[in-house]
Design a protein around this ligand. Sequence first.
Ligand code: ZN
Ligand code: ZN
Length: 366
Amino acid sequence: MSAHREWFEKDYYKVLGVSPSAPERDVTKAYRRLAKQYHPDANPGSEEKFKEISAAYDILGDPAKRKEYDEIRQHGLVGAGTGARGSNFTFRIDDLGDVFSGFFNRGRGAGGAGGMGGPQRGANVEAELHIEFRDAIEGATTVVNVVSDVVCSQCGGTGAAKGTKPSICSDCQGRGVLDDNQGLFSFSRPCPKCNGRGIKIDKECITCTGTGVEHKPRQVKVRVPPGIENGQKIRIKGRGEPGRNNGPAGDLFVVVRVGSHPIFGRKGKDLTISVPLTYPEAVLGTTVTVPTLEKPVKVKIPQGTPSGKTFRVKGRGIPKKEGVGDLLVTVEVVIPREISDDQKQAIEALARVTYETPRRTLEAEL
Ligand SMILES: [Zn+2]
Ligand SMILES: [Zn+2]
């Protein structure tokens, strides 16, 4: 523990970048900003810095602790023993890990803090949702099936057998921590007897074997926003696994799989469609009627259009927040496998008057 005792020598105001006279609101603001900036998930290797920030806020964010900290810093440690009216300053250094995982869900549930006490945030859960092409464009409200840990239905999460109640841990009197008094300060550690839960279970619940959670399928309502794309994730706060020891639940991430459409495709916010043309249509030009998500549109195909050419119809694509996409019409010249005698004669006549060869550049290489 001695390694941790340097804390009162640290300038926590400096750590948080606030003045010693900063109001509580500003301290919290500074902490949130720094915690986000130095969060280890976003910044690998910043764990030490993050711990320092959290330790600073643990003191400065609590008006009583802050007052005492200020007094100690002002009067010095030596004189503080008599002056500080029976100090009960408790700094739960061991809980820092839980503070992190509680706020940010590092390390899936149990986190780096292992099985220690204190609230633990539930794990995030991922589920797949398959939706129709049109629902992805228009948006829909549906349900997704999730199989994950939920609060035990039998014991309501206490972990105690039916008809029994958990009792308060006699070692820690339900606090979940034990104090080590070291002079003026007391440091606390998780109670080993109850593993920090603060309760004692005499008879375990059969359904969850005392853990308070059970593995169960459940349905979660999902609102799919219009214009969602295949593979995008929807986050549903608090619908992941339940937290332990009154910790908050994790989040549910729904991965959206968009089904294909018989005629339409998608390219971001553009809708794509392939339109077959006959050879005469491509050569002579025509106007084709093309289906869209709403009313069909007429697209003019100019004379001499090559197969594979794409025409853009403005504003007939997928409506999105940032604007409506376009309809991309790609024409494809279809060559019939079988033709009638009349057609055969006509094409032979065409062949007789086709003097130009499209292979001129190739022939130059022969
Ligand atoms: Zn205990
Ligand atoms: Zn149970």
